[in-house]
Design a protein around this ligand. Structure first.
Ligand code: ZN
Ligand code: ZN
Length: 328
């Protein structure tokens, strides 16, 4: 009986293990390289151990199949391999860096709805490998980090390839009522904590306000001061950075994203668009009064004590005799 020979279409794809190559026939069978003999590449079916006698010989780019398979084709397996490669593509894409392996598999499932794929240890390992391949090796010290960043200038630049912003920013709307919020929180504490806070407050008013004086620690009018805006930004940035397997390069990517986001905000503000919440009318009139008192104090028209007394509402400092704001 003559052995059947026929030409088959073959695509060459990366194998499941690293640095391996898999030959997929158009009818859904897998072959692996057996040997190269002269100008002939010999492949054997991946089910050879289960007794499949099928072989492929390749010469001059023509794949010739010898024999028939003793099993069904592996289209399903082929599709699964395709979906796993999709996982690797997603894992290597910076815009998906916040996804954990399970979410990456979900994304691959959305892209290949008919494919059966699961997030198991093997798939997870390939996802981690693809993610690491996108970035330089994870450094063990700051020096190592700096050295590898020198070789990868994209980690020292913004998304637009520019310098990161250096400077100070200000907000004209810090309209949260700090005093009310903190008083409410303090009310929920134990008597012991309340006593301790009272002691701290007594120390603060007698030592810092009276002995040291606000001149030494107030940052009014200074170019660098902490404001609610900066605190809010840090809260926002921290929340962004909490995702799986964060390494210094992810941190750098987050910095680049936030730089870009703030640059766009600034652009919008420069064109007269309102960015963020609106300043309340009450807050604006409060700011105006404070600025006027500061001018009067600087001109020597009012004493420091008067100035502090008048500006108390701005900092929401409560003293005996203040009326309660009617809460609870
Ligand atoms: Zn033959
Ligand atoms: Zn076979």
């Amino acid at each position: 009986m003559a052995e059947e020979h026929r030409v088959v279409q073959v695509s060459v794809d990366p194998g499941t293990r690293r640095n391996t190559v898999r030959y997929n026939t158009e009818c859904g069978y897998f072959f692996y390289k057996k040997e190269q003999r002269g100008d002939v590449l010999r492949l054997e079916c991946n089910r050879r151990k289960q007794g499949c006698p099928c072989k492929i010989y390749m010469r001059d780019g023509i794949f010739m199949q010898h024999g028939e398979h003793n099993h069904e084709n592996e289209v399903e397996e082929q599709n699964r391999a395709l979906a796993v490669r999709e996982c690797e593509i997603i894992a290597g894409d910076p815009q998906f860096r916040r996804l954990v392996p399970k979410q990456i598999v979900e994304e691959a499932r959305r892209r290949h709805p008919d494919v059966v794929i699961a997030c198991n240890a093997a798939v997870e390992k390939r996802i981690q490998r693809a993610k690491r391949a996108r970035q330089p090796p994870t450094p063990n010290s700051v020096d190592e980090m700096l050295a590898s960043m020198e070789n990868r200038p994209d980690y020292t630049r913004t998304i637009n390839g520019e310098q990161f912003f250096h400077g100070s920013v200000y907000s004209d709307h810090e309209d949260e009522n700090i005093r009310r919020t903190h008083r409410r929180r303090l009310q929920q504490e134990t008597p012991k904590v309340k006593r301790a806070i009272n002691q701290l407050y007594a120390y603060w008013t007698s030592y810092w306000l009276e002995t040291i004086g606000p001149k030494r620690f107030s940052c009014y009018g200074r170019s660098n001061r902490t404001s609610n805006l900066a605190e809010a930004w840090h809260r926002w940035f921290n929340a962004k950075c909490i995702h799986a397997y964060l390494n210094p390069y992810d941190f750098d990517d987050e910095l680049k994203d936030t730089e870009e986001s703030k640059r766009r905000d600034y652009q919008a503000a420069a064109r007269g668009l309102q960015v963020g919440r609106q300043t309340s009318a009450k807050q604006r009139s409060c700011d105006r009064r404070f600025a006027e008192d500061a001018r009067q104090f600087a001109a020597g028209n009012i004493s420091l004590r008067d100035f502090l007394e008048r500006s108390r509402p701005v900092f929401q400092i409560r003293q005996h005799g203040d009326r309660d704001e009617g809460e609870q």
